[in-house]
Structures are given as structure tokens and as C-alpha cells.
Write a protein that binds this ligand. Sequence first.
Ligand code: SF4
Ligand code: SF4
Length: 373
Amino acid sequence: MSVADYEVDYSDVIGKKVECPPQCGMCCLCQPEVLPEERPFFRNNHPDCLVKSKGPEPYFALALKKGHGSCVFLENRRCKVYENRTSYCRQFPYHLYASDRVKVELDLSCRGVWYGTGADALTEAKGLVARADRRILAALEESKAVYKEFYSICREAGVMSDPSRLRMTVSENLSMFTDLSYLSRIMDMSQIEPVMSLSGLQPDSRPDMESLEEAGRDLAMDSMSSNDPLSVPVYCDSQWNWNMFMAADDRIQWSVMNDDGDLDVKGSANASDIRLKVPDEAGRKVLADYVMTLNGRDSFMGSVFSLMDANAYEDDMANAYYGCMSVTVMDLLWRMSMLDHFMGTGCGADGVREAIIFYDMDRLDAPTIGAFI
Ligand code: SF4
Ligand code: SF4
């Protein structure tokens, strides 16, 4: 089998460009794995910079400054081993996701994908796929078997829907997923109706703002609940500051990490004091584009499937899909409100875009039944 023998969906990257500004370095805060063939360079030249990761399946990775800052090779936001950086470093902001096919996804937390300038994303993605061929084949073999089993369990449990039809109905009803009065109704219906449909769905005339706020806040707080900077989402702002928000109980602390891995506390707030805000018309358009992106991602679908599995196949796939999409939007809107609270980013197109930049990398942590390669 070769690259031509498996399906790769490049639709996310067609027509996109990626520019990597020299002041950023945000992706160097993610500890990169070092593949077996890459180890000799680091072992021979920088033995102290190679560490074994913790966790159930340990792997070799590059050391971080102070154990939680940026990669030790980042100096003045430039890579000191650029020619020998790892495959994982070369890959960002592209993600290769294996389900029953391969999908190239673009990480919207990278500011470099928002300018519309730079290298042609499709050409870059094709090069990455060709170089990752061996790893893709191994991951695909496993993920195809998992997907086959998943669909078979869904059919037996009577909860199967056609994933492409679900995607089509979301794209046909996109405005529902940017409107709180519909989101409130979708969240309710996904838990009540045996098999949910978007057709004929009526908006909630008086959406329960407290429940919507709580849904978004709970998810966002869950992701920020740690005092380890390595575990919380990073938001690289337009001034290239690495902002971190760490939550404990109801309290959120906002800090900026410097290049040495030190944290400078900028402020704090009670999460319950942050009111959910609604994006304006321009913000809704940016939000609608993001819903379309999520709707096309196999990794998003994989995270919905993982949730169905965790819930013992009690929910119909349609309910799980629409429900997950609506709570994801609430998570994003609550983060938009939080960024506005701390930094005044607003609720227009800019505010929603900044929330996406803050949020999108978190999607990588969502449990999924496929695999990022
Ligand atoms: S996050 Fe994007 S723009 Fe920033 S250094 Fe990484 S690839 Fe470049
Ligand atoms: S090796 Fe270079 S590109 Fe990779 S994380 Fe370290 S500094 Fe960044």
C-alpha cells in the first residue's frame, strides 16, 4: 500500500495559506514527541534535552524549560535546532486524523492560519502526508477496525444515523447553531427526544440563559482546572503573549508566561461573575464558519462517537451529534465572554476569532475513537 491507496480528505486546507511569524512560538509550548529515528540526533548532540514522558504509554520527548515552559530549544522565539526539529514540530498547525480514512485538519489556535498569506496549505499538507506514510498506515489499520466495530455496535443498539446526513443537516441549519434561542432548544431536545431532528425545530422564546451559561462555563472550567501550566490551554494574543488561565474551584487566575517559563499574574476573577455574552452579527458569521469547520472534521465526529461509547450507546447518534455541537458552541461563547472580561476583546468578529484561537487547540484533548497521527 502507498499514499495513493488510502483516502485522504484535504478539504480543510484547500485554498488556505499559513504564515509563521517569528514572534510567535506558541506551538513550542506543546512538548513534542521524538520518534525513534529522530532520537540519535538529540541523544548524540543534546542528551540532556531528551526526556521520557510520564503516563501510561511513555515516549521520548524534548525537555521543557522549568518542566512546564516552552521547549528548551526555543530562544528569542526562534528554534535553535530548526533543521533537526522533530516531525511533530514540522507538522503543526496541521493534524492528520485517522478514522476509517485520513483527514488533514488545520489547528485554528495557530495565529498564522488567519492572515491569508504564506505557504500554500494544500502543498504543505501533501508533503506531510507523504512523509508520515508509515505512521499513517499503522494508525489507519487500527482505527479502521475500531470504526467498523463502533458502527456495528451502533446498528445493534438501534442508535445509528448516517454521519454524512448529520453533517448535511447541520450545514443546512447553520444559523441555529449561532443563535442562543435555538441552542437552548437543541440542548434540551437532544436529551428528551428519542431520535432528534432539526427540521421544524422552533426557537426557545425565552432561552434559559443561566443553563446556557452554566453549560459553557462547566466545560471551559474543566479544561482550565489545573495549576500545572502544561495542562491548561494557552492563548497566544495579537501581541504574541502566552496567556494562561488556571482555574481552582470557582476562581480563575490569568497569567502570562515568559520565554523562561515564569508566570506573571495579570488578574483573577470568580467564574460565576463572568456573564455570558452574545456575539453581534459579524461575530455570528465567524462563529458560523467555525461550526462549519467542526462539522467537517473527522476528529469532531470521533469525539461524539467516543461520548456515545462512554454513555453505553444510550443516545441516538443524531442526538449526540447535535447536542455535542451545541455545547461546544456554548463552551466557545463562554470563553469569548471570559476573554472579553479580562482583556476587552469584545463580542464581534474579532472577539469570536480570539475565542477560537484560545479554544481550538483544546479539541486535541477531547477523547475520540480515532487517532491523531
Ligand atoms: S503556532 Fe503557528 S504561527 Fe505560531 S509558531 Fe506555531 S506554526 Fe508558527
Ligand atoms: S524543537 Fe524547535 S520547533 Fe520544535 S518545539 Fe523545540 S523549539 Fe519549537
